[in-house]
Design a protein around this ligand. Structure first.
Ligand code: RIB
Length: 315
């Protein structure tokens, strides 16, 4: 089994399923459930269920949420390496509507204090991995350190620049061999770092050449813009096509009986990392098609981490 190190957040998600998302000032009733989440943990579960040996580096409080993370990681066969924090374990409040769309508020808690020093202590672990995968629900300087450690060791780096409002820098983006924003995160990064104003709702409809040109402004590496039910767009640097025949292309989403899109982006990222780690000689498009199928399947079940399918890539 080839390995993926995921660095990022764990949250205890509190979820209310409602007919429609509540408007400001409204009080509505919804069906409540709770379960594991956090973009980092969701991605680690996706990676493990996609067949990769997976380590998850995070920060946890000394509380029931922390115990939940440790127990579930063990159940999933994920090696969890947690920095102990006096802050409470992270939380997420999630509303899901009848179409499966969601609105999320997170309480970062311990995730906000995952330290650069703790990451520096994971140098040997990171150097032994095939892929390092990170998101931005942890401090940006910590994520930058993790990506830099991996880059120095020649480990493939994947950065899911989520959520859209998280701080980021051009230096951070440069450390990602593969950058995987959704359309909202892509528009935010373009505006913040290259002064390009693009409406997130218009991204999917842009012609391939224009989308490729925007991706090239953002990163010298590969960019995968995930586009929800439409699929995704892939853009490579001309000199590094990662086994593909073309510098840019679209991959269509597969049909799914969607009931809950929470964690679909995490499913995509975890599956992409797992596929890259297990089948490094295969063309990049094959990894993207697998991740797209995996993400679609994750929307057919309720919840975040628990909705990840068990599906492994085929050579
Ligand atoms: O991507 C979905 C995740 O975002 C949820 O599990 C929630 O905890 C937030 O981190």
């Amino acid at each position: 089994m080839s390995s993926v190190v995921v660095v990022g957040s764990f949250n205890v998600d509190h979820v209310w399923r409602c007919e429609s998302l509540p408007a400001p000032g409204a009080t509505i009733a919804g069906r409540y459930s709770t379960g594991p989440g956090g973009k980092g943990f969701n991605q680690a579960v996706a990676s493990a269920r996609a067949g990769a040996r997976t380590h998850f580096v995070c920060a946890l409080g000394d509380d029931a949420g922390g115990a939940m993370a440790r127990g579930l990681a063990a159940q999933e066969g994920i090696a969890l390496i947690a920095e102990a924090s006096s802050e409470p374990t992270g939380t997420g409040g999630i509303y899901v509507d009848a179409h499966g769309r969601n609105t999320i508020v997170i309480g970062p808690g311990a995730n906000a204090v995952l330290s650069e020093g703790f990451i520096a202590g994971q140098q040997a672990l990171v150097a032994g991995a095939r892929v390092l995968l990170a998101q931005l629900e942890s401090p940006v300087e910590t994520i930058e350190s993790a990506l830099a450690l991996a880059r120095d060791a020649g480990v493939t780096t994947v950065l899911n620049a989520a959520p859209a409002n998280a701080p980021s820098s051009i230096g951070l983006l440069k450390l990602a061999d593969v950058l995987t924003p959704n359309e909202t995160e892509f528009a935010a990064l373009l505006s913040r770092h290259v002064g390009e104003r693009v409406n997130a709702d218009d991204v999917a409809a842009l012609d391939g050449g224009s989308l490729h040109a925007l991706c090239r402004k953002l990163s010298a590496g590969t960019v995968v813009v995930t586009l929800g039910s439409v699929g995704c767009f892939v853009s490579h640097a001309d000199e590094h096509l990662r086994g593909d025949a073309q510098p840019y292309y679209r991959v269509a989403a597969e049909a799914a009986q969607t009931i809950d899109t929470t964690g679909a982006g995490d499913a995509f990222n975890g599956a992409l990392a797992a596929s890259l780690a297990q089948l490094p000689a295969e063309p990049f498009a094959q990894h993207v098609r697998f991740a797209t199928r995996f993400a679609g399947r994750s929307t057919e079940a309720e919840g975040a981490a628990v909705s990840m399918p068990r599906l492994t890539p085929a050579a």
